[in-house]
Design a protein around this ligand. Structure first.
Ligand SMILES: [Fe+2]
Length: 229
């Protein structure tokens, strides 16, 4: 038994555990333990090591979510943070949250992530556990408490709780994640234009998204979209 495996299973509700490939989850736990036990490594290096070990073990959609999608959200989160006036140092911390935000998708089966239509109740249950699984994985990789909390809350809606209880980095990554997802082709939707994605962000300003982040989005998305705003 690995030390990380119970941690990952604890993030999965019974409905989610039923849909999960337990053998694969055990291997993920094993790789996570190996990486976590490697001394003298920063969290970014540990994350890269874990992805190297998971490449080939995960399905293509799972790997795209934890690799290219996270990298794209990290870049956009950094641009949003800078457009909001944050220092380079603070914006870099937000970038790290973006890089780690969906790492918990490695416990969500490929069949759920690549599902071509609307998800069923059990599928949503396992999908929704990825924030908690990601927070646990981030902690095992050596991320600080602030980063772990931001990963945990990257899908928490702005109006779900007093805003100051949601880490600012989580509110930024939430918007960056939505923008990156809407402008990408997915199994369940076509890619929208940047202007359409910004309009959708504005539609949920103050409910799903922090108005301050929405305000900075046109600048972060680029000058072409500023003209369309
Ligand atoms: Fe996510």
């Amino acid at each position: 038994m690995t030390t990380s495996l119970p941690n990952l299973f604890a993030a999965l509700p019974p409905e989610g555990a039923r849909l999960t490939d337990c053998g694969r989850l055990a291997l993920i736990g094993h790789h996570l333990d190996t990486v976590a036990a490697t001394p003298g490594m920063g969290v970014r290096t540990r994350r890269d090591m874990l992805l190297e070990k998971l490449n080939g073990l995960l399905g293509p959609t799972q790997f795209e979510h934890i690799d290219a999608h996270c990298a794209a959200v990290a870049r956009l989160s950094h641009r949003l943070a800078r457009a909001m006036g944050m220092t380079h140092g603070l914006a870099d911390r937000v970038r790290l949250v973006g890089l780690l935000h969906d790492i918990g998708k490695c416990v969500v089966p490929e069949s759920v992530l690549a599902h071509p239509g609307p998800l069923g109740t059990d599928q949503w249950t396992v999908m929704n556990c990825h924030s908690e699984a990601g927070a646990r994985i981030a902690a095992l990789l050596g991320a600080d408490d602030e980063t772990v909390e931001a990963v945990r809350h990257h899908h928490t809606w702005f109006d779900a709780t007093p805003p100051n209880e949601i880490p600012q980095a989580a509110r930024i990554v939430c918007a960056a994640d939505a923008l990156a997802t809407m402008t990408s082709q997915r199994s369940y939707h076509y890619a929208r234009s940047p202007a359409e994605a910004l309009a959708e962000l504005r539609r949920y300003r103050g409910s799903q998204f922090d108005p301050v982040v929405v305000e900075a989005a046109p600048t972060a998305m680029g000058s072409a979209d500023q003209a369309a705003a």
